[in-house]
Design a protein around this ligand. Sequence first.
Ligand code: PGA
Length: 250
Amino acid sequence: MIQRPLFFANWKMNHGPTEARAYMAAFLNFFSPRTDRTVAMFPPALSLSSARDARGDRTDILLGVQNIHTQVKGAFTGENSAPMARDAGATLSLVGHSERRHVFGETNLDAARKLSIAQQFSLTPVLCVGETLDQRELGDAERVVVEQLQIGIDQIESSALASIIIAYEPVWAIGTGRSATPEDASAMHRVIRAMLRQLAGEASDSVPILYGGSVNVKNAESLLRADGVDGLLVGSACLDPEAWAQICRT
Ligand code: PGA
């Protein structure tokens, strides 16, 4: 059960299995279980099972995988599939993160396939959308985000739409120290919410929309208070377990 607000930690390519164990132990010390929010960690795939083992009975902390392949198995050297991630402890999967799109060349169609396969294997997909700085400056931000959303969810039934999560992460805000203002975040969250309504009706009101991009201990509260922001997806500021626990208590 996903309880808003949501606090999702994207470790990216940080913390191998040994560090993941130490990180989880430290985090669990700093953060007591709470029923009024959802906290999830997205370790690298190699560290998922050690994060799960270190989590022990603290199943209030969810685990997710950062990326999955579009196929279930086969000759795809270096890739990880949805059922493998599930087996290693994940119940969530990021899909179409900006670094997957812009560093590894993933398309909206790849995201759509991944979203669909994630759902088939009971991984709740977290579809990441967001415009680049150029696109924003050209006044193209809304169109880009709406297109990412439309194509991204195109391969699932509208009834399955209620069980996804969206993360709005403007590319210019990721890892740059320059987060969106609460007003900018709210404006795009409104666009996304309206689009979801149009595609899936009232059932889509349960879909959380997270904000991500240079969230830190200082700005977490104002971003979380922004109208329409249901949670935060955090990269660099989650790498220290104490700072991350502080953000999760916002
Ligand atoms: P950042 O990354 O918090 O370091 O900007 C966020 C993300 O990429 O999900």
